[in-house]
Ligand binder design. Structure first.
Ligand SMILES: [Zn+2]
Length: 308
């Protein structure tokens, strides 16, 4: 497989207060892990900033304008108790989306089989008009829209194995049959959405996991629920909201996965992509708050993307 990596040093410049789990060290340990010689065949690109206009494919113009108005000149601006902006946060958001669009272009044009975007802040909790859960702009949603508007993808699937439900992605697409959204997540847990009965217009597939769930529960959720629905949808592109906070070491949740499980799920999603869409997969980093668990899991995920 030809795998592209999109990232940038600027992603360490989105600052959060001391003790905040979504911290610059997250991107540093991912960069270190992917700097290992095992990853020498990755084709590496620096992200560039997206035009803010593309944010309006997933969010309202007034929401985007309102967020921009809150960027502080110095220090930290609290959007809510968990979700904060520092002076460079908006540049980081624009770089994250810019990298996501470049990754979509590379995969849709056939320059890459698949791609990974290592960026922060994450995006899957950002709803059409609400920032929350460390997220401002829903990068995966803007990527899906870009694939549809500019690269001929009619049907885009977003599969989210972050331990939290991607309420933002569901909010943006729950009335749009052209986008399929599937999520495994611990329930109950923040943000509280993601029950099985939330099905959108038949395009949403939620597979909640109980606190304490482990490898077999996770794999069962994919085998019995997510993968059959994904294959029935027959996507033209699979976007993976790759959060690694379902790792056993993660401090924000109580699901007990290991790096092997992230390797397994990546392989399963790749075989669906091989069947339906010429291997086209674009993955992006969402959560993952234990530095060791994040680094190991992200490395296993990207290694699988490269090795097929
Ligand atoms: Zn998460």
């Amino acid at each position: 497989m030809t795998t592209h990596l999109y990232t940038h040093d600027i992603f360490a410049e989105h600052k959060t207060p001391a003790g905040h789990p979504e911290r610059p060290d997250r991107i540093r340990v991912v960069a270190d892990a992917l700097g290992h010689e095992d990853f020498r065949d990755l084709v590496r690109f620096e992200t560039t900033m997206a035009d803010e206009a593309v944010f309006e494919t997933a969010h309202s113009a007034s929401y985007v304008e309102g967020l921009r108005a809150q960027i502080p000149d110095e220090g930290i601006a609290r959007i809510d108790p968990d979700t904060v902006m520092s002076p460079k946060s908006w540049e980081c958001v624009r770089h994250a989306v810019g990298g996501g669009l470049a990754a979509v272009e590379a995969v849709m044009s056939g320059k890459a089989d698949n791609a990974f975007l290592a960026a922060r802040p994450p995006g899957h909790h950002a709803e059409q008009v609400t920032a929350m859960g460390f997220c401002f702009i829903n990068t995966a949603a803007v990527m899906a829209r870009h694939a549809q508007l500019h690269h001929g993808a009619e049907r885009v699937a977003i599969v989210d194995f972050d331990v939290h439900h991607g309420n933002g992605t569901q909010d943006i697409f729950e009335r749009d049959k052209s986008v399929f959204y599937a999520s495994t997540h611990q329930m109950p847990l923040f943000p509280g959405t993601g029950a099985k009965g939330e099905e959108g217009v038949g395009n949403i597939c939620n597979a909640p996991l109980q606190p304490g769930a482990g490898t077999e529960d996770f794999r069962d959720a994919f085998r019995s629920r997510v993968l059959p629905a994904l294959n029935a949808f027959a996507p033209d592109l699979i976007i993976i909201s790759a959060g690694f906070d379902a790792h056993a070491r993660d401090p924000l949740a109580n699901v007990n996965l290991s790096a092997h499980d992230f390797d397994w799920v990546t392989a399963e999603l790749m075989s669906s992509a091989e069947r339906h869409c010429s291997n086209r997969v674009v993955a992006l980093l969402e959560g993952g708050y234990d530095l060791q668990g994040l680094a190991e899991s992200c490395a296993a995920h990207v290694k699988r993307l490269m090795n097929g």
